[in-house]
Ligand binder design. Structure first.
Ligand code: NAD
Length: 275
C-alpha cells in the first residue's frame, strides 16, 4: 500500500539512497533538508524513474520550519505515515585532536590543536542538538499525523558510537547514545497508539562528512580509516545500499510486532572484541 514517507536529511548520502529505495515500494516521498537544492535533486531523480517525490526545505532544529514543511507535505500528499529521522552528523568543534590525552598536550601550541579541556560547549551543544533535538522535533511535528492511523512507524538513525564511543568524538557519541535511548523510550510511549519506533545503527560508510578523517588525498586509508577496517570482521566499509533491506523491513508491515529495536548494520564491528 502506498504511504506518505517523510525523510529528513534526505539530500545526504545515506538518506537519499533510502528515499529512492522507499519510493520504489510505491510510497510518496517528501525529502526534507536544510539544503533544498540537494533534496530537490533527489526528488527529481525519483520522479524521473516513475516515483512520486517532492523536495522541501526544512531545518530539523526549528519548529516553525518543520510546521511549514508539514503543511507542504500535507497539501501535496496528505498525512504522514512514515518518518525517517536521517538528519545528523558530527562537527569539528565537538572533536579532540588526539584519541588519548597526554600531559604534554597542555603545552602544545600548534594552531587548532584541541584537547578535551579546549572543547567548546557551543560545539558540543551543536552536535547534541543536531542529532537528538533534530530527531525529537520532527517526531513531535509529524507523528501527530500518525495518531489514529494504521501501519505508521518512525525510523531513527543511531550509530556504532551509541554502543561504545569512538575516540575523539564525545559529542557525537553521546548524542547517538541519546538517539538509541530515545528510540526505546518513544517505542514504549507510542505503543498504545500503534506507532512503531525503531532505529538503524550503521557501521562505517565513507561519506563527505568523514572522508577527510578516513582517507588521504590519494585515496589511501588514514591510520583511523585502517583501524576501522581492522575492527570490522567483514573487512570493508559499508555501502549506502547495505542499509536498504533493513529500512524497508522496519518501515513495512513485515515488522508489525517489532518496536524499540536498534539494528546494527556494521559488518560485525559491534560484535568483535578485536581479539
Ligand atoms: P550527510 O552529511 O551526507 O547527510 C546529512 C544531511 O542532513 C545533509 O544533506 C544536510 O544538509 C542535512 N542537514 C544537516 N543539518 C540539517 C538540519 N538542521 N536540518 C535539516 N537537514 C539538515 O550524512 P550521512 O552520512 O548520509 O548521514 C545520515 C545519518 O546517518 C546521520 O544521522 C549520521 O549521523 C548517520 N550515520 C552516518 C554514518 C556514516 O558512516 N556516514 C554512520 C552512522 C550513522
Amino acid at each position: 500500500m502506498s504511504k506518505v514517507v517523510v525523510v529528513t536529511g534526505a539530500g545526504g548520502v545515506l538518506c537519499s539512497t533510502l528515499a529512492v529505495a522507499l519510493s520504489k515500494q510505491g510510497h510518496k516521498i517528501a525529502l526534507l533538508d536544510l539544503n533544498l537544492e540537494a533534496a530537490q535533486a533527489v526528488a527529481n531523480e525519483i520522479n524521473k524513474i516513475g516515483g512520486t517525490a517532492i523536495g522541501v526545505k526544512a531545518n530539523v532544529l526549528e519548529k516553525e520550519s518543520l510546521e511549514a514543511a508539514k503543511n507542504e507535505v500535507n497539501s501535496a500528499f496528505g498525512l504522514c505515515d512514515i518518518l525517517v529521522n536521517g538528519a545528523g552528523g558530527n562537527h569539528p568543534l565537538g572533536t579532540t585532536s588526539n584519541p588519548f590525552f597526554q600531559q604534554e598536550d597542555l603545552s602544545n601550541t600548534v594552531e587548532g590543536f584541541k584537547t578535551f579541556f579546549d572543547l567548546d560547549p557551543k560545539g558540543i551543544e551543536f552536535v547534541f542538538n543536531l542529532n537528538f533535538i533534530g530527531t525529537l522535533l520532527p517526531t513531535q511535528i509529524f507523528a501527530k499525523d500518525m495518531v489514529g492511523k494504521k501501519g505508521c512507524s518512525i525510523l531513527n538513525i543511531s550509530s556504532m558510537n551509541a554502543y561504545t564511543p569512538l575516540t575523539k568524538i564525545p559529542a557525537y557519541s553521546g548524542a547517538k547514545a541519546a538517539v538509541s535511548n530515545f528510540t526505546q523510550w518513544l517505542a514504549v510511549h507510542f505503543s498504545k497508539v500503534g506507532i512503531r519506533v525503531n532505529a538503524l545503527a550503521p557501521g562505517f560508510f565513507l561519506t563527505e562528512q568523514n572522508r577527510t578523517l578516513l582517507t588521504n588525498e590519494d585515496g589511501s586509508l588514514t591510520q583511523r580509516g585502517q583501524q576501522i577496517i581492522d575492527q570490522t570482521p567483514m573487512g570493508r566499509y559499508g555501502e549506502p545500499d547495505d542499509l536498504i533491506s533493513t529500512t524497508l523491513y522496519l518501515c513495512d508491515e513485515a515488522s508489525s510486532f517489532v518496536t524499540g529495536v536498534v539494528i546494527p548494520i556494521d559488518g560485525g564491528f559491534s560484535a568483535y572484541s578485536g581479539v
